[in-house]
Design a protein around this ligand. Structure first.
Ligand SMILES: Nc1ncnc2c1ncn2[C@@H]1O[C@H](COP(=O)(O)OP(=O)(O)O)[C@@H](O)[C@H]1O
Ligand SMILES: [Mg+2]
Length: 474
């Protein structure tokens, strides 16, 4: 009896039961079982978790068991097949009706589905059309998928590669408010969900303490309410990491900026939330099968400790939409004067939310004329936008505010020596401050004649000049 004969036999059974032939993962499981190999080897080859392979295998053994009226599992599969003398099995399915050979005995298979039921797939909520189990989803905190999605295919492709091919364990998606962090990650989920056993989306909007977040995640993953939950954070982290090894989870923590501090340099934690740093460090450092995505206005400090190119911890700085898509927003808002759109898009950094907001304002105040809107200097920022910019400014340290004011004075870029002279900060103070502002995405860097120059993003420059910022510009 050859393995190929066994494969044909099992394929017939599976087709009979589900209307589908064996897929490649199921065949790999059968082959590994036949050869006495471990599920972990299959998992490695198929870039999925042992847990996922175990699930697929378990469904397969159930199908075979039902058909053969005998409990079949990994450890008795080969022996059972050999007992069935399936070298003769080519006769089995020629018998017609619901009969098949069990060993040398004619066996009545009551469970064989009728031709009608064979047409149907087993459409439980836990399987897709490839008959692979779908992940458990907990997207209570996630935004809805909206009808219009402006193209982010390049960014989606990068994130997919990092997660599926490079097996990244911790990805921070950073970017200014409204740039589309939550939206892009929400759209990423359907594209990669079949690679995960569990997908959980949690927002840190209400700044939950770490132990609440950990308890919540552990309970969702294990599907039990933990009554005996340890008080000690290290013990809680160990439980979580064990779960993340057993089960391949995709965990999205949105609005991470809410646990990061105001009025300090970028990436520090609010008082009482420093232990989130341990979570991120452990998720990045220890081997496991899962992936965390952090959406944040700014990256937490820990992630800058991972600097290797092939590190499983990465930073993805999300910038604005490509021009074509940004124009589409303005077109959808019914704006006029296309030749002026580029100016508007540059000023609003191709930020989809900001473009939508200003599009509405221009429609309401100027009948859609972008030329008229741009003719009134300084540009009018609506209350909604002013509030958003104010929230970003409130997070800055005093030194950061001071440097931004320096950068807002001339409309051109400024070098480090010029900044040192104007600000009267010590070099280390200035360097730290510039790094911090860059990580927040508030300033840009350009190189001219071998010199690095810094430039403030136009909308922030405008905001400071407008005086709404309430800081000393002396
Ligand atoms: N690619 C996109 N296509 C369509 N709308 C988008 C896109 N990106 C962002 N938006 C819209 O812009 C607004 C802000 O997006 P969101 O993802 O919440 O930003 P962030 O999470 O970065 O603050 C939302 O109304 C969202 O629908
Ligand atoms: Mg968001």
């Amino acid at each position: 009896m050859t393995f190929n004969e066994v494969l044909r036999f099992v394929d017939e059974i599976v087709f009979d039961k589900s209307g589908k032939h064996l897929d490649s993962l199921q065949k790999a499981i059968l082959r590994a079982t036949w050869q006495g190999e471990k599920y972990s080897k299959v998992a490695q080859e198929y870039h999925c978790t042992k847990f996922h392979v175990g699930n697929v295998a378990s469904n397969l053994w159930q199908l075979i068991s039902k058909e053969l009226n005998e409990k079949i599992h990994k450890s008795n599969f080969r022996a059972a097949m050999e007992r069935y003398q399936i070298s003769n099995f080519s006769n089995v399915f020629n018998l017609g009706g619901n009969n098949c050979l069990k060993g040398n005995i004619n066996l009545c298979t009551e469970n064989t589905p009728s031709p009608e039921t064979k047409q149907k797939l087993p459409t439980t909520q836990t399987a897709n059309e490839n008959n692979t189990p779908l992940p458990k989803l907990d997207l209570r905190d996630a935004p809805d998928i909206k009808k219009t999605f402006y193209d982010r295919s390049t960014q989606l492709a990068t994130l997919k590669t990092w997660i599926l091919k490079h097996r990244c364990r911790l990805i921070t998606v950073s970017g200014i408010s409204g740039i589309g962090k939550s939206t892009i990650i929400r759209h990423l989920i359907p594209e990669i969900e079949s690679n995960f056993d569990h997908i959980i989306w949690r927002t840190l909007r209400t700044s939950p303490p770490l132990n609440i977040t950990l308890k919540n995640l552990i309970e969702i993953i294990s599907n039990v309410t933990e009554t005996d939950f340890p008080n000690n954070t290290d013990a809680q982290l160990s439980i979580l990491i064990e779960k993340l090894r057993d089960i391949r989870c995709l965990i999205i923590l949105d609005d991470v900026q809410q646990i990061l501090s105001n009025r300090q340099l970028v990436g520090n934690y609010k008082s009482g939330y420093e232990n989130y740093g341990n979570l991120f460090k452990i998720i990045g450092e220890l081997p496991h099968n899962s992936c965390f995505i952090l959406n944040s206005w700014e990256p937490p400090l820990e992630i800058f400790n991972f600097t290797d190119n092939d590190s499983p911890v990465r930073l993805f700085q999300l910038t604005g939409l490509i021009e074509k898509e940004a124009r589409e927003i303005l077109k959808n808002r019914g704006l006029l004067d296309e030749e002026k759109w580029q100016e508007l898009i540059n000023f609003y950094q191709s930020n989809p939310q900001w473009l939508k907001l200003i599009g509405e304002t221009i429609k309401n105040l100027f009948g859609g004329s972008v030329t008229q809107y741009l003719s009134y200097q300084p540009l009018f920022l609506s209350d909604e936008l002013t509030n958003i910019l104010q929230q970003h400014f409130q997070r800055l340290s005093e030194l950061e505010k001071q440097i931004l004011c320096q950068l807002s004075k001339p409309a051109k870029s400024v070098s480090v020596p010029q900044l040192l002279e104007k600000s009267q900060l010590s070099p280390p103070e200035l360097f730290q401050t510039l790094l911090s502002l860059e990580r927040r995405g508030l300033i840009d860097k350009i190189t001219e004649e071998n010199q690095t120059l810094f430039i403030l993003k136009p909308i922030f420059s405008h905001y400071i000049k407008s005086g709404s910022v309430g800081i000393n510009r002396a």
